[in-house]
Design a protein around this ligand. Structure first.
Ligand code: DMJ
Length: 673
């Protein structure tokens, strides 16, 4: 027998449980009866023998145990569910990674020989990357907010980078929540380009991020891979021999300085982004973060540093969302402002960015018209981003001034303008080439940038194109190519700079934006001419300047080249226009022409140890006479436009959302179509 201690102590209050076993049960007397009926009866008898309190306590205990059981069952269920899901996720990831790996192009080809042609590019005949599963393009307009960690929201680099992004996304989750790393960019999640100023009109404020594009990404094709390969080859030369300097000298394996600001590196930043070259981008970003210093006693050209450095930093900021680039853009923007302190407000050509002083060239107080009128896209955008109107005011004033200035010829402008008087100088010479070219380009592009509202810009542009048609267009013999010549004091010259080949693209962009349809027709005839400037030359590369034959002569082509003009600086203008023409017409011949040009760059300008070089003689395939210099615009513009030309993805820098500055740096259209 067992009884509880309190019972044994004879306590009057029995607030404890006492279980008493009968003698038979305790001793097993009477034999073993384990029938169900006996057990039920026996239990019931014992239950009845308990006091009410004892029964309540037992019932309470049962109820408590039941509740505990239900709770633990539920939480076990959750645990199991998550374990099951996790293992499913793991399985999915394991299945996706190999598939994504297929989309990730194989290791890119080794450097090519200078005389390589397409047949010599076995590595470039890579399999077409399959559509990456679950990967789609992110918002194709401004990437001004931190991109979501969801790997499906990446841009078209996905074909190159999907695996890395999966890994990166995973890393990000495990590390700092406040910093999101995406393609080398370090982005603060709450960062926005919203300017602090309330002075901005609604339309001029940075556009909000649009809902992401739902379309499937367009895979990178073989020609684009060839561009990536070319870029990497050029970058290798720059990295090995000119890192952090302005330009590579690929033959002497050294570098040249112009401003001492890492010009090639900055010009190439957004190209790397667009091509999906993450590692290169990250490395370059580090240089910008740690080594790019503008506080230097150095004279820079206002125009060149605006289009290449300010433009490059702004576009990279927009593409990456990385505020480092905006900070640097502000810094250089501020340092360039002394250029506008002139009697006429027409800026000087040169600024000392360390001392804050500016001056014209030593031999004149004139500035170049194209230079003072092709810095507006960049400074206007800087104002919009910073909320500081001073940048925009300064450049708008120049445009307003030029708008009402006399000395134009049916909208065509002279090449020089005086910084003291504000008047055009060297009147009577009109060209769409050097010193005037991008004036026309920026009339249209500013109008587009600002949401097609600034009528004076449009008027000036339309009038100028009429002026071109009236004074500068002629047809050559024997092929009757329409070309843009020059006018000097009433005399027509059949001379055309390669620089003029920006015009077909600009005309096509205008037509795309609703301007006269005959602009598109003219663009089509002019791009044919620009192509012939390559095709009719022995190396298949255009010289810097051509002269067209106006009269048929036996054995003469349309294009004549003077000895002083037969160099090629790896310029972008024809490829740039091919890109616009392909975007707007879808005619594959433009891609094919660009492909020919790329192959000829590879044949005649590629330096085996890294880099590409400008050449002195496009007429001598056996010795094109390398000049030992790779201009920064080869990476900033030429290869970027090549890559875009070969793409069938209209959202890869959508032309209804971005406008390219004259150095091929895409800036947002303030009111996208
Ligand atoms: C670039 O710096 C720019 O495109 C500029 O507008 C003209 N010259 C070079 C490229 O040729």
């Amino acid at each position: 027998m067992y009884s509880g201690a309190a019972a044994a102590a004879g306590s009057p209050r029995r607030d404890f449980i006492s279980v008493t076993l009968g003698p038979e049960e305790a001793a097993g007397v009477g034999g073993y009866n384990n029938s169900k009926a006996w057990r039920r009866r026996s239990c019931w008898r014992k239950w009845k023998q308990l006091s009410r309190l004892q029964r309540s306590v037992i019932l309470f205990l049962f109820a408590f145990l039941a509740v505990c059981g239900v709770i633990s069952y539920t939480s076990m269920g959750e645990t199991w569910k998550s374990i099951t899901n996790k293992s499913l996720d793991d399985q999915r990831t394991e299945q996706e990674i190999p598939r994504l790996n297929l989309a990730n192009p194989a290791v890119l080809p080794a450097p090519q020989k200078a005389d390589a042609n397409h047949g010599d590019y076995p590595e470039l005949s890579l399999q077409k990357p399959p559509k990456p599963p679950h990967v789609r393009r992110g918002p194709s307009n401004l990437q001004i907010k931190a991109p979501r960690r969801d790997t499906r929201l990446k841009t078209r680099h996905d074909t190159m980078r999907a695996v890395e992004e999966l890994v990166e996304a995973d890393k990000v989750e495990k590390t700092e929540k406040s910093i999101i790393s995406w393609r080398g960019a370090v982005i603060e999640p709450d960062q926005s380009t919203e300017p602090p100023s309330s002075k901005m009109t609604e339309l001029e404020k940075p556009s909000p991020v649009e809902p992401e594009d739902q379309k499937e990404p367009v895979p990178i094709n073989e020609r684009q891979l060839a561009v990536i390969e070319a870029f990497r080859h050029a970058w290798k030369g720059y990295k090995d021999f000119a890192w952090g300097h302005d330009e590579l000298k690929p033959l002497s394996k050294s570098y040249s300085e112009w401003f001492g600001l890492g010009l090639t590196l900055i010009d190439a930043l957004d190209t790397m982004w667009i091509l999906g070259l993450k590692e290169e981008f990250e490395e370059a970003r580090k240089w910008v973060a740690n080594d790019l210093v503008f506080d230097k006693n150095v004279d820079v050209n206002l125009f060149e540093s605006t289009i290449r450095i300010l433009g490059g930093l702004l576009s990279t900021y927009h593409l990456s969302g990385d505020s480092l680039f905006l900070e640097k853009a502000k810094d250089i923007g501020n340092r360039l402002m002394p250029a506008f302190k002139t009697p006429s407000k027409i800026p000087y050509s040169d600024v000392n960015i360390g001392r804050g002083t500016a001056h014209p060239p030593r031999w004149t107080s004139d500035s170049t018209v194209a230079e003072v009128t092709s810095i507006q896209l960049e400074f206007r955008e800087l104002s919009r981003l910073t909320g500081d109107e001073k940048f925009r005011k300064a450049v708008d004033e120049v445009m307003k001034h030029v708008h009402i200035l006399s000395g134009k010829n049916d909208g065509l402008v002279p090449m020089f303008i005086n910084t003291n008087s504000g008047q055009f100088t060297h009147l009577g010479v009109y060209t769409l080439g050097a010193r005037a070219d991008s004036y026309y380009e920026y009339l249209l592009k500013q109008w587009i940038q600002g949401g097609k509202k600034e009528n004076e810009l449009l008027e000036d542009y339309m009038r100028a194109i009429e002026g071109v048609k009236k004074h500068l267009l002629q047809r050559s013999e024997p092929k009757k190519l329409t070309f843009v010549g020059e006018l000097a004091h009433g005399h027509f010259s059949a001379k055309m700079d390669h620089l003029v080949c920006f015009l077909p693209g600009t005309l096509a962009l205008g037509a795309h934006n609703g301007l006269a349809a005959d602009h598109m027709k003219l663009a089509e005839t002019l791009i044919e001419t620009c192509y012939q400037m390559y095709a009719q030359v022995e190396t298949g590369l255009s010289p810097e300047i051509v002269h067209f034959n106006l009269h048929a002569q036996k054995g003469h082509k349309d294009v004549e080249i003077k000895p002083a003009d037969r160099h090629n600086l790896l310029r972008p203008e024809t490829v740039e226009s091919l890109f616009y023409m392909y975007r707007f017409t879808g005619d594959k011949k433009y891609q094919d022409w660009g492909w020919e040009i790329l192959q000829n760059f590879n044949r005649y300008t590629r330096v085996p140890t890294g880099g590409y070089t400008s050449i002195n003689n496009v007429q001598n395939p056996s010795n094109p006479e390398p000049r030992d210099k790779m201009e920064s615009f080869f990476l900033g513009e030429t290869l970027k436009y090549m890559f875009l030309l070969f793409s069938d993805d209209i959202d890869l820098i959508n032309l209804d959302k971005y406008v390219f500055n004259t150095e091929a740096h895409p800036l947002p259209i303030w009111v996208p179509a």
